[in-house]
Design a protein. Structure first.
Ligand code: IPM
Ligand code: MG
Length: 368
């Protein structure tokens, strides 16, 4: 039986609550499908700073290195201790550090709007067509997030200057393009590559390289779109998109926009993958939504993004496709049955029942 070594880092805000439900669902899947969970929990983010003085404590990093996959909650509490140096804050010192440390260059964010949640989509029904189903493929270890120099300088006389550097090399664009084309091949075979080639050197290179890689995928229709137009097209005609390929910063922005189309940011899972070596893909799985401090600890958070992240983990890191599909079906059935956390609840739905984080987790675990 397959043994799954998983590091579970719940982090801050709603992280621990949604992680608890995700593990509950994984345990239900373990009973039904043939695998054995070896889950070890460890602190990260402010929880890491509180426990060990660092957003990514050495013991947590060591645990991640010994594991086959990281199941991550979320980190960062904007209102906590503004005096801590920015390089030590959880977003940079834990999340970005893990992405870089494990070479997690490919971030997959699948957005789907379930039929039953049409009301939760901000777009009118006519614009939803036969359903929204978009995979955002975001480059995750390059661009402005990591480019050097990255600093704030004092120019004297009370004037400061902040610099971030957008930088991409050909191999970085090639490898993420390969991931996107391969993903498109397994879907509706359309790839929209997002750039800003009318202004940025990075955009011109991005477009050239993606076009060249596309020659090896003649079965996939490739289209290029400027990022500003892409943001608008998501609102006007989201059904035109299958796979959207974006550099790091554009992908950050457009994936949140796309998530809103899927009903709620609380429904968007994500997989961050490194290179595949010897048939194994190390992966990091997290909800895209963040810590949501305003609702933390109140049993209000939607655990679905975290639960769907476990499905991505079973699929991409452990090739347990049946178990992954089983969890996704259980989520679908639970939604169809009318279970709604506050973010996806509408009083106009006759069969809807407002439930808390725990009840949603219980219902999905039972549906598995
Ligand atoms: C995301 C988040 C992160 C990012 C933040 C928390 C650093 O917004 O994963 O989309 O910008 O990548
Ligand atoms: Mg983001």
């Amino acid at each position: 039986m397959k043994q799954l070594k998983i590091a579970a880092l719940a982090g801050d805000g709603i992280g621990p609550e949604v992680m608890r439900e995700a593990i509950k669902v994984l345990r239900a899947a373990e009973k039904k499908f043939s695998f054995q969970l070896g889950i070890t929990e460890a602190p990260v983010g402010w929880a890491g700073i509180d426990a060990a003085g660092q957003a990514l404590p050495a013991a947590t990093l060591a645990l991640c290195k010994q594991s086959d996959a990281i199941l991550f909650g979320s980190v960062g509490l904007p209102d906590r201790d503004p005096t801590i140096p920015k390089a030590e804050r959880p977003e940079r010192a834990a999340l970005l550090r893990i992405r870089k440390e494990f070479g997690l260059f490919a971030n997959l964010r699948p957005v789907t709007l379930p039929k039953a949640l049409a009301h939760a989509c901000p777009l009118a029904k006519e614009r939803q067509g036969n359903g929204i189903d978009i995979l955002v493929v975001r480059e995750l270890t390059g661009g402005m997030y990591f480019g050097q120099p990255k600093q704030t300088e004092d120019l004297g006389g009370g004037v400061q200057r902040a610099i971030d550097t957008m930088v991409y090399t050909t191999p970085e664009i090639e490898r993420i393009a390969q991931v996107a084309f391969q993903a498109a091949r397994l879907r509706r075979k359309k790839l929209t590559s997002i750039d800003k080639a009318n202004v940025l050197e990075n955009g011109i290179l991005w477009r050239e390289v993606v076009t060249r890689i596309g020659k090896a995928y003649p079965d996939v229709t490739l289209e290029h779109m400027f990022v500003d137009n892409g943001a608008m097209q998501l609102m006007l005609r989201p059904t035109q998109f299958d796979v959207m390929l974006c550099e790091n910063m554009f992908g950050d922005i457009l994936s949140d926009e796309a998530a809103a189309l899927g009903g709620s940011l609380g429904m968007l899972p994500s997989a961050s993958l490194g290179a595949t070596t010897g048939g194994n893909t190390f992966g990091f799985y997290e909800p895209a939504g963040g810590t949501a401090p305003d609702i933390a600890g109140k049993n209000l958070a939607n655990p679905i993004a975290q639960i769907l992240s476990t499905a991505l983990m079973l699929r991409y890191s452990f090739q347990l496709n049946d178990a992954a599909a089983g969890i996704e079906r259980a989520v679908g059935r639970t939604i169809d049955a009318g279970c709604r956390t506050g973010d996806i609840f509408s009083p106009n739905e006759p069969n809807a029942r407002k439930v808390g984080t725990r009840e949603m987790g219980d219902a999905i675990a039972a549906a598995v």
